[in-house]
Design a protein around this ligand. Structure first.
Ligand SMILES: Cc1cc2nc3c(=O)[nH]c(=O)nc-3n(C[C@H](O)[C@H](O)[C@H](O)COP(=O)(O)OP(=O)(O)OC[C@H]3O[C@@H](n4cnc5c(N)ncnc54)[C@H](O)[C@@H]3O)c2cc1C
Length: 378
């Protein structure tokens, strides 16, 4: 029998590691990823200001797996009826159970000029492009930087660019504007967290404009529902859509995380409603926490299939989180239930969470380099 995990991000990697321990002997485990590296994506914005960070947040999947075979390939399609994965280059892989974990793609919503003129932020090359564009703004003596979309990635990239301007001593010549269609930044997150993030952004002179919709973009101007905004750099973090591996579809799954009898979904690739009816936010934290249930359910399905038994009873997932944690330039916001920490306390929490993740799932060398970077922020 063969189990395939498609995508080596948070959901895919952690599910693979759990399956390595749980799958019965003789079951082949294959992890397919288009880059072959695990990207610690929730730290990606930090590689804009500090390119040296790139090495710490991109880890070869072969270093992180033991039993699983890693295959570097782009998944072009999943034929769930035939249980076959189609790869670029024409190869195909049959499976007995699959985990769709290839994340989402940036959504452009058909807005005129958006994909052509804006730079997204999902991959390492995007962080490098955002840095290059910001350097061009600096070389020109300053300018207008616009970030569209104020979710977890948008607030952090806006904070990072505002901090970059401060580091260079040119904050009076660079303006950073954060646009959000809804009535508040980080709209899917708790109010105390949103308030603290807003304060941190304002402290860095980020101009926050909520209830503002981007309607078109050209070479130098963002058209808005209430006017226009000239830009020298435009970063788009305004939403996600389904991966091309599922034809752009982002299927809805319920608490058993099942797309069909043999295919499961985790992380940003799917829209999850948990056992308590909560629509789970697209976040690294959610993908990490769902991996236990997905690994358990895949194991139950495989064991039942091997025994020729009918569909097994599946575990139901409830999303619970201790809180949320973001960096805003050299600052940080950590929300733990009713408590919100900023400043040095939040930086210490941020550092320890990053270090724990990398030490457990990356390597000690990388964990140490994160500590060194974080200590510079204190
Ligand atoms: C700048 C930024 C900051 C963020 N900050 C936070 C934060 O503070 N907290 C938080 O919880 N979340 C944060 N997020 C969101 C978080 O990173 C995502 O929710 C998370 O990465 C989703 O995990 P995943 O495993 O579903 O997919 P991903 O991490 O996106 O991994 C998908 C993997 O699949 C591979 N892949 C993609 N398509 C294919 C294909 N067709 N075939 C083969 N392989 C493929 C990719 O290369 C990648 O390795 C942030 C995101 C960004 C961009």
């Amino acid at each position: 029998m063969r189990v395939v995990v498609l995508g080596g991000g948070y959901g895919g990697l952690l599910t693979t590691r759990k399956l390595e321990d749980r799958l019965p002997d003789g079951v082949e485990l294959l992890l397919v990823d288009d880059t072959g590296d695990h990207l610690v994506q929730h730290e990606l914005h930090r590689a804009i200001r500090r390119p040296s960070f790139t090495d710490a947040i991109s880890i070869p999947l072969t270093e992180l797996t033991e039993r699983a075979t890693v295959r570097v390939a782009d998944v072009e399609a999943v034929d769930r009826e035939e249980r076959v994965v189609e790869l670029d280059g024409g190869d195909s892989i049959e499976y007995d159970a699959a985990v769709v974990a290839f994340g989402a793609e940036t959504a452009y919503y058909g807005i005129e000029g958006l994909e052509e003129y804006a730079t997204p932020l999902k991959r390492l090359e995007h962080a490098a492009a955002v840095r290059r564009e910001f350097e061009a703004v600096l070389e020109a003596g300053g300018g207008e930087v616009v970030v569209g979309g104020a979710g977890l990635s948008g607030v952090q990239v806006a904070g990072e660019l505002a901090q970059y301007a401060r580091d260079e001593g040119v904050e009076s010549h660079v303006s950073v504007t954060l646009l959000e269609q809804r009535s508040d930044i980080a709209p899917s997150f708790p109010a105390n967290f949103r308030d603290a993030v807003r304060d941190e952004l304002r402290e860095r002179d980020v101009d926050i404009r909520t209830e503002t919709t981007v309607t078109a973009v050209d070479d130098g101007t963002v058209s808005l529902d209430d006017g226009e905004h000239a830009y020298d750099q435009f970063v788009w973090t305004g939403g996600i859509t389904g991966n091309h591996g599922l034809g752009g579809d982002r299927p809805s799954v319920r608490a058993d995380l099942r797309i069909d009898d043999r295919t499961f979904g985790i992380g940003d690739a799917v829209e999850i409603t948990d056992a308590e009816g909560t629509v789970v936010p697209a976040a690294a934290l959610a993908a990490v926490r769902a991996s236990e249930t997905v690994a358990e359910n895949v194991t139950r399905v495989v064991e039942a299939a091997r025994e020729g038994e009918p569909r097994p009873r599946l575990k139901q997932w409830v999303f619970d989180t201790p809180g949320w944690l973001v960096s805003v330039g050299d600052g940080a916001v950590a929300q733990l239930g009713p408590e919100v920490f900023t400043g040095a306390a939040a930086n210490v929490i941020k550092s320890s969470v990053g270090v724990t993740y990398l030490a457990e799932h990356g390597s000690l060398r990388r964990a140490v380099s994160v500590v060194q970077e974080d200590l510079r922020d204190l």
